[in-house]
Write a protein that binds this ligand. Structure first.
Ligand code: PMP
Length: 378
């Protein structure tokens, strides 16, 4: 038996929430985690095969790859920090800018890691809940800013809603809280949405996070980035390990960035697949939130768990988002390559029938979906 330890963690660690995504048993069609469902660029795979023994024995060197990534985005090297995914970027932002008593603002529902990382540092997490449209609650978010606000996290497009926040609104929030860093999480920006990366020079408290886990298909390599004001990023660098990104990921990033054709191909697959999915949902009478990302959030109602189980039996994984605030009965489906979208839709059609789903269970009126006329089925 292990002896009981008297060592106690920090109070914040006792109180912070835990994030345990359901990662086991995923050898099926993965439409649950918003990953690329296919592959990274073939050039990335080629580069991985060239990794040498010597490279593996060396500590990874981040700086030269940071310069390449910065140039790719039209930035200077000191405006770029590479991170171990956006997860680490969020954590480093909290380590650098939050202390107990400070406030950080997020809107909910959103990506859960903001909650985890903020609460590691302070009790001052302020959550602004979206209304039933799940659009970004700009006015209420702005009204939540106080002199204690030190960080604001906004995902655009947002997860799990797929909603975007306009550039105008983002810049207005940065201006309204000059004492706070605004981290705009552009993890899904390839799929739609206006980037604010062109505003970095003009807005000193703006920081942008990007990931190579989604459109680039490298989730397992764990690499993301923070771009922003050099004066802010120097503190992020200070709290980061110099070896936070493994050498294989650093080797692959320049290759992935250079293969623009592959990225364009994958993004187009998702755009076409997303239209197909939304048209399919309309046809099935499933209410959904028009999405700008590589997933669609739909409203199932009380049978949400049954649907996820039925889809699993058909070999397709979905993500139940019912525990998210304002999302009871909601389920999210990832959009991947066209073939996977087709398989997902076919499984959805069968599963809804098997569980005896009826649109009336969602509390939505029968009839057409909002935005029905705006989207063309291809
Ligand atoms: N931001 C958002 C909005 C996300 O949805 C996710 C992934 N689920 C991440 C960041 C994490 O990205 P990464 O793999 O780069 O850590």
């Amino acid at each position: 038996m292990t002896a009981a330890s008297e060592v106690k963690p920090r109070r914040a660690v006792l109180e912070m929430p835990e994030y345990h995504p359901p990662l086991a048993g995923r050898e099926l069609l993965r439409l649950d985690f918003n990953e690329n469902t296919f592959a990274p660029s073939p050039k990335v795979i080629e580069r991985l095969h060239q990794v040498t023994a010597e490279e593996l024995t060396k500590y990874p060197e981040r700086e030269s790859v940071e310069a390449i990534a910065a140039a790719h985005f039209g930035l200077r090297a000191d405006q770029m920090v590479l991170t171990n995914g956006v997860d680490e970027a969020i954590h480093l932002m909290c380590c650098a800018f939050l202390e107990e008593g400070d406030e950080a603002i997020i809107c909910t529902p959103t990506f859960f890691m903001y909650d985890v990382s903020v609460r590691m540092m302070t009790r001052g997490l302020v959550k602004v809940q979206a209304d039933e449209t799940l659009e970004f609650p700009f006015e209420r978010f702005k009204a939540a800013i106080t002199e204690r606000t030190k960080l604001m996290f906004i995902a655009s497009p947002n997860n799990p809603t797929g909603a975007v926040v306009s550039r105008e609104h983002l810049l207005a929030l940065a201006e309204a809280a000059p004492q706070a860093a605004l981290m705009v999480d552009e993890a899904y920006s390839h799929f739609d949405g206006e980037s604010v990366i062109g505003d970095l020079d003009a807005v000193p408290n703006l920081v942008i996070a990007r990931t190579f886990s989604k459109a680039y298909g490298m989730a397992s390599l764990r690499i993301g980035m923070l771009a922003g004001n050099a004066g802010l990023l120097k503190y992020v660098r200070k709290v980061s390990s110099p070896y936070n990104i493994n050498g294989a990921a650093l080797d692959c990033l320049p290759v992935a960035l250079a293969d623009k054709d592959y990225l364009a191909w994958y993004v187009e697959q998702v755009r076409v697949g997303r239209d197909r999915m939304m048209a399919g949902l309309r046809e099935l009478g499933v209410p959904y939130f028009p999405s700008h990302a590589n997933f669609v959030l739909m409203k199932i109602g009380p049978k949400h768990k049954e649907l996820v189980a039925a889809m699993r039996a058909h070999g397709v994984l979905l993500r139940d988002r019912s525990a998210d605030p304002g999302c009871n009965g909601f389920v999210r489906i990832t959009i991947g390559i066209e073939e996977h979208v087709r398989m997902g839709l076919a499984a959805l059609r069968s599963s809804l029938e098997e569980i005896g789903w009826d649109r009336r269970e969602t509390g939505e009126p029968a009839g057409p979906q909002p935005g029905e006329d705006e989207r063309e089925f291809e």
